[in-house]
Ligand binder design. Structure first.
Ligand code: G
Ligand code: G
Ligand code: MN
Ligand code: NA
Length: 254
C-alpha cells in the first residue's frame, strides 16, 4: 500500500493519537497543562513521529480530517484528566497553515468543543508565523472569533519566521513560544541569550504569556527562571507522554 493509503487507513482506525508534553509553570513548578503532539501508533506498537506523516498529510489534504481527529481526541483526553481531579489542566494543539486557513475552522473548533464538553478557556491553538501573514484580513477575522469564543492562540517557533513585530500589537494573541533553537544556545551563546531575553521582555510588555520550548538542562531552566518567563516545556522535565503516563505524572506530583 502507498504511504498515503496507509495514512488514510490509520485515520479510519483511530491509530493517530495525541501524546502530551507537560508545560510547567515557572512560578511554582506545577504542571499547568500540556502540548498535544500527534503520534501514529502502528498495530504492532511501533510509534511514528509527526515529522514523518504531517508533511504528507499536508500535501494530500488529509491534514484536515486528521487535525480534527487530533483536536477532538486531545479535548476528550484532557477532559478526562480534568474530571480525574485536575480541573485546571489546559491543552495546546498545533495547527498547520493549511488547517488555520481552512474554511470554517472556527465552526469546526466550536463543534469539537460541543461534542467533548471541553471548556474553551482551557484550549490553546498553536500556529506559526507563516500562518499569520498569509492573508492578514482573514487572519484577523479568525483570531477575533477564536478570542470571542474564549480560546487563546499562541505563536509557535517564535523568532524563526518572517512576521512583522507590528502584527503582535494588532492581532489578538495569547502567547509566544520561544523556538527551541534559541534555548539550545543558553547559557553560552551571546546571541541566543540576547534573543531569548528580548522575546521575554517584549512578550511581557505586550501582555502575552511566554513559554520557553526545548529546555533540556538545569542551566537553561535557571536562566529563564531569572527572566520571569511564564512556563517552559522540554526534555529536562519530560518528553511527550502517552495519556495514561501523563495522568500518572499528574497524580504523582499532587
Ligand atoms: O512531536 P514532535 O517533536 O516529533 O513533532 C514534530 C513536529 O510535528 C512539530 O513541528 C509539531 O508542531 C508537529 N506536530 C505535532 N503534532 C501535530 C499535530 O497534531 N498537528 C500538526 N499540524 N502538527 C503537529
Ligand atoms: O514545532 P513544535 O514546537 O510544535 O514541536 C515541538 C517538538 O519539539 C515536538 O516534536 C517535541 O517532541 C520536541 N521537543 C519537545 N521538547 C524538546 C526538547 O527538550 N528537546 C528537543 N530536542 N525536542 C523537544
Ligand atoms: Mn508546538
Ligand atoms: Na515550537
Amino acid at each position: 500500500m502507498t504511504m498515503e493509503g496507509e495514512l488514510r487507513k490509520a485515520l479510519e482506525r483511530g491509530d493517530i493519537q495525541p501524546w502530551f508534553q507537560p508545560r510547567v509553570g515557572l512560578r511554582n513548578g506545577s504542571v499547568v497543562g500540556s502540548e498535544a503532539l500527534a503520534r501514529w501508533i502502528k498495530p504492532d506498537g511501533t510509534v511514528i513521529s509527526p515529522g514523518e506523516f504531517i508533511p504528507l498529510a499536508e500535501e494530500t489534504g488529509l491534514i484536515l480530517p486528521l487535525g480534527e481527529q487530533i483536536l477532538e481526541q486531545a479535548c476528550r483526553r484532557v477532559r478526562a484528566f480534568q474530571d480525574a481531579g485536575f480541573p485546571e489542566q489546559y491543552v495546546s494543539v498545533n495547527l498547520s497553515p493549511r488547517q488555520f486557513r481552512q474554511k470554517d475552522l472556527v465552526g469546526m473548533v466550536e463543534r469539537v468543543l460541543q461534542r467533548t464538553g471541553f471548556d474553551s478557556r482551557l484550549l490553546e491553538l498553536e500556529i506559526t508565523e507563516s500562518s499569520l501573514v498569509q492573508d492578514i484580513d482573514q487572519t484577523m477575522a479568525t483570531l477575533r472569533r477564536l478570542r470571542e469564543m474564549g480560546l487563546a492562540v499562541a505563536i509557535d517557533d517564535f523568532g524563526t519566521g518572517y512576521s512583522s513585530l507590528a502584527y503582535l500589537k494588532h492581532f489578538p494573541l495569547g502567547a509566544l513560544k520561544i523556538d527551541q533553537s534559541f534555548i539550545r544556545g543558553i547559557p553560552t551563546d551571546p546571541s541566543d541569550i540576547a534573543i531569548t531575553t528580548t522575546i521575554i521582555s517584549m512578550a511581557q510588555s505586550l501582555n502575552l504569556k511566554v513559554i520557553a520550548e526545548g529546555v533540556e538542562t538545569l542551566q537553561q531552566l535557571n536562566f529563564i527562571l531569572g527572566l520571569r518567563c511564564d512556563e517552559y516545556q522540554g526534555y529536562y522535565f519530560s518528553k511527550p507522554l502517552p495519556p495514561e503516563a501523563y495522568l500518572e505524572l499528574l497524580r504523582q506530583r499532587k
